[in-house]
Unconditional design. Structure first.
Length: 328
């Protein structure tokens, strides 16, 4: 079967080739996860896409660049305006990174329980922070930024990552085709967390178009009260992203916070991979899927590294579930 990829629209300008930092966004490595699940059947492979290779350190660089460029193209973002949005941290860092390159200032609303590392990075990048009540999660951060933008609409460009199709398009044009090419079209299952759902929707749709047999699987926490930053429990959130289409998912896998913590520790101790909590939750979901298979290629997203979470105490917990290697 011959697959023809549609070319990306002329949305990203020549500045991306002129600005080396922006040219670094995308084309991240695909890493095999071989040691964390020795119980998998011989015909099953699991891979993680290492999104911390993006200059802002996470998968969100992709969407931030596309949304900013789309805003410029449509005349919604002009010189002198500030970029304003709600974020759990990574998208804010991406806005601030891209904004610094392109000369835009950034204002962000984020829950006050965002990790100290994220706050320090955002401060270092010059972003203005509005901290909101952690108990109300991202929903309050979204309402807060909407009120701010409504009070002075000419001063702010509000990408609204939860409802912006450029968020989806970044992954439809980038992440999805990259995974297809990196697996030589062998991917059978794609697993991604549900936050804004941009990665899930964009990459999932593209992969489904390339091969309708590919299973597209969403990961979410096991309930509304959880510690997996950046993802939502869609059934209970007060604000379901407008870009999310539940019909795309073949299945939703729910992951406990404790399972994500344990998986993060095991990835570090067995694979040498220090990843963030949502990345670890994605791996936990991918392994749950992989353990059911006789044969298949399961790919998930390693959203970011552990650098923004090292102050979290879960790293210090003993873990009998992680078996050290025997050495060589």
């Amino acid at each position: 079967m011959t697959i023809t990829l549609r070319p990306a629209p002329a949305l990203l300008s020549s500045t991306e080739t002129q600005e080396p930092l922006l040219a670094m966004i995308g084309n991240t490595p695909l890493i095999p996860l071989r040691k964390i699940a020795p119980d998998l059947r011989p015909g099953v492979e699991v891979y993680g896409k290492a999104e911390w290779y993006n200059p802002g350190g996470s998968v969100k660089d992709r969407a931030a660049l596309w949304m900013i460029r789309d805003g410029e193209r449509r005349g919604l973002l002009r010189p002198g305006m500030r970029i304003a949005d709600a974020t759990s941290g990574n998208t804010g860092i991406a806005y601030a990174t891209v904004g610094a390159v392109l000369g835009y200032k950034v204002t962000l609303a984020l829950p006050e329980n965002a990790s100290p590392e994220r706050k320090r990075i955002l401060n270092a990048l010059g972003a203005e922070l509005i901290l909101t009540d952690a108990q109300q999660g991202m929903d309050l951060a979204i309402r807060t930024i909407r009120d701010l933008v409504a009070s002075n609409p000419d001063a702010y460009f509000y990408p609204d990552q939860y409802n912006n199709q450029a968020n989806v398009e970044a992954h439809y044009q980038g992440t999805g085709p990259e995974i297809w090419e990196q697996t030589d079209g062998r991917i059978t299952h794609f697993v991604a967390g549900l936050g804004t759902s941009g990665t899930f929707m964009g990459a999932g749709r593209r992969l489904r178009e390339l091969n309708p047999a590919i299973k597209v699987i969403g990961m979410q926490p096991d309930g509304p009260y959880h510690a997996i930053e950046g993802v939502k429990h869609m059934a209970t959130t007060g604000m379901v992203p407008g870009i999310y289409d539940p019909d795309l998912a073949d299945e939703i896998v729910e992951i406990r916070s404790e399972t994500a913590f344990e998986t993060a520790r095991c990835l570090a101790r067995q694979e040498g991979l220090m990843v963030g909590i949502s990345a670890a939750a994605n791996v936990a979901a991918a392994l749950e899927v992989a353990r059911r298979l006789e044969q298949g290629v399961v790919v998930t997203i390693l959203c970011d590294s552990a650098a923004k979470y090292l102050s979290d105490r879960f790293w210090d917990e003993p873990d009998s579930a992680c078996v050290d290697g025997d050495g060589i």
